[in-house]
Design a protein around this ligand. Structure first.
Ligand SMILES: [Zn+2]
Length: 400
């Protein structure tokens, strides 16, 4: 089967033929009516194509059709088509061929360099792509695109300092606010510093992350984690509670931390009243508390157990699989152990389904990702508010 690129090249050869270039020029004298002789180069190229030797056909095309003002657009079109088809080596070959032309206008050289940088990016040759984008970011009509691509490369390489520099330059050049993106880069730096126990640097980065608008809750969460790691439980608790007050969806991240700090301090009575106060203020958070508790298998705290029980009773699919009436019968001991058993089983099931989903593109994952790997938006993931029990149970039944 001839490949798509063979068709593409065949099209180009036909185009050359149609323009009379490859078939030899018609004689300008009127009395010459004989068909023109076939150009031998053209036949050779076609022969490569017929034998499905795309690389040879391409080499032949590049050799035959020199880059000049008339053909340069064709070269660019061919290069970008190859890249889009994933045939990056061929795209690179074409763009290098353009750049090799000695008398190239500076605008065309920039275009070729930019195309080649995108080829390298597509091929995963990040260092080569970075070099070219850096050069173009210094002064060309591709400055903005070059900086956008540089930021993307630095994200992939976790080069957060460089990502901040590139994005700050991009902000100035494009006139767009990129404060949220920059704040996340600072949070990355803060998390790295905290992991290395350099807490003063980590706090400095968090401060920078929180200086921009719109503010990211990730900065507050990182500050809370730093306080937790430094055993400053009072500050940590204050921060975790504030995070939940401001953004209910972060219950999924903050609640397990809150529970573990109170438990460590053996202050479960305080935990009970803190959570009751939270629920009184925001009754809708009950299902997210329940969901988070199921996923993390948190239990033994009356207010949490109540939320979980309520959640299970409101879940129609569960009734078919779980003896929920057990929960409402018997003494407190058997009730609690029945609840713990069901919660434990659900926790295992829930661990096989995605917990977070991007609100922009629907990409889902097990843990919270601040940047969606699919659409690359920041802070667009939200926790699922319920486990897809029907899917999960169906899945577990068919696998047994
Ligand atoms: Zn997304």
């Amino acid at each position: 089967m001839p490949t798509e690129s063979a068709f593409l090249l065949a099209g180009l050869f036909l185009l050359l033929a149609a323009s009379g270039w490859a078939m030899g020029r018609f004689s300008e004298s009127d009395d010459d009516v004989a068909p023109p002789p076939l150009n031998i180069d053209y036949l050779k190229g076609l022969n490569f194509l017929l034998n499905e030797q795309t690389d040879q056909a391409l080499e032949h095309f590049l050799h035959m059709v020199r880059v000049d003002d008339k053909t340069i657009e064709t070269h660019f079109a061919l290069g970008s088509l190859f890249r889009r088809r994933g045939e990056v080596d061929r795209a690179i070959r074409i763009h290098q061929n353009i750049i090799a032309r000695p008398d190239l206008a500076s605008e065309q050289r920039d275009q070729a360099l930019y195309s080649l940088a995108k080829d390298y990016l597509a091929a995963g040759l990040l260092d080569r792509a970075e070099k070219l984008f850096s050069r173009l970011s210094e002064g060309s009509r591709y400055q903005v695109q070059a900086l956008e691509n540089l930021a993307r490369i630095y994200e992939q390489e976790s080069e957060w300092k460089k990502a901040i520099e590139a994005t700050e330059r991009l902000e100035v050049l494009s006139g767009r606010s990129l404060a949220l993106q920059i704040a996340h880069y600072y949070c990355e730096r803060a998390e790295t510093a905290a992991a290395e126990k350099d807490y003063s640097a980590a706090r400095e980065y968090v401060k920078k992350a929180q200086s921009g608008r719109p503010r990211t809750m990730r900065g507050a969460l990182t500050r809370a984690h730093i306080a937790r790691d430094m055993s400053d439980n009072k500050t940590a608790l204050k921060l975790y509670h504030r995070i939940i007050d401001e953004n209910t969806y972060l219950i999924a991240e903050a609640l397990p931390e809150i529970v573990s700090i109170y438990k460590r301090e053996e202050a479960t009575a305080e935990l009970e009243s803190a959570l009751r106060a939270m629920l009184a203020k925001n009754p809708e958070s009950s299902s997210l508390i329940a969901y988070t508790s199921i996923v993390n298998d948190l239990g033994g705290i009356p207010v949490i157990d109540d939320c979980v029980e309520q959640y299970m009773l409101n879940e129609p699919t569960l009734g078919e699989f779980v003896e929920l009436q057990q929960l409402s019968q018997g003494d407190k001991g058997s009730h609690d152990s029945a609840l713990a058993k069901v919660r434990g089983a659900l926790s295992k099931l829930a661990s096989t389904t995605p917990r977070y989903q991007c609100q922009e593109c629907g990409f889902s994952s097990q843990r919270l990702l601040w940047q969606c790997p699919s659409c690359r938006n920041w802070e667009t993931q939200r926790p699922a508010s319920r486990v897809q029990f029907d899917t999960v149970l169906q899945h577990s039944i068919t696998n047994h």
